[in-house]
Write a protein that binds this ligand. Sequence first.
Ligand code: 13P
Length: 280
Amino acid sequence: MALVKLSTLLRGIRDNSYAIGSFNVSNMEMVMGAIRAAEELNAPIILQISEGRLSYSPLHLLGPIMIHGAKAAAVPVAVHLDHGVSMETIRLALELGFTSVMFDGSKRPIEENIAMTKEVKAMASWYGADVEGEIGCIGGAEGTYSAEELITRTEEAAYFAEETKADALAVAIGTVHGHYHGAPNLRIDRLKEIADVVSCPLVLHGGSGISPADFRRCIHNGIKKINIATSSYEAVSAHVKQISHEKEDATYFDFSSAAAAGTYENVKRHIAIFGTNGKV
Ligand code: 13P
């Protein structure tokens, strides 16, 4: 099918019945596992890599694998830069052919966040690509936890979306990146309020560790893109550990297959929860 734009996938969701999974990948095996899962379930997906992980997986090496994987896939696949913070990295992703980039200015004062997101939007438009912005501050790997003051304010989300014309908007509603300490306290009330006044598709970060029921509540109340990273990395590690435990003479190629299989299983499970199967 093909490499597609983020906006094509997100704007194609006409009701609140499903969301598109956006899966972080770090190597070729993870790209292969994610695409295999999407193809088997006839589901559109997004492949993404976060700027914070580029020291392990350089963008100029992994980016082309993501793009070529998407182009050869039998389902629509968007390729996205997650948590872009530097203009150099964002420009490189666009040069490589990523169909969208996130600019994460969430720790900056709102006016600065808006000004820089607009700058990224202008750059991305030149490449025909889309932009995801963030308002509020999602905790965990970003260095903080979602205390009340970090939850996205409805009026700020509306102002940010209007000013930046972002194609997708990440909101902080109580999820955190990485592991949860205790049960997540999701602010569905706030999500509902934001979705009522913002027409731009909303994004949920920190998807690992959220229950299927909570995912569905988020989707029914306006979330259109859901990011999953930690649980895929854990599934890969578990599969690699299992093969080394079960097979004393396991080779590099066994580990390579295990990495693809771990990603495949986790992506497949989430596609089914998000209701994206059969949505091509
Ligand atoms: P998790 O690592 O919690 O799944 O979060 C993923 C994410 O939001 C990437 O931006």
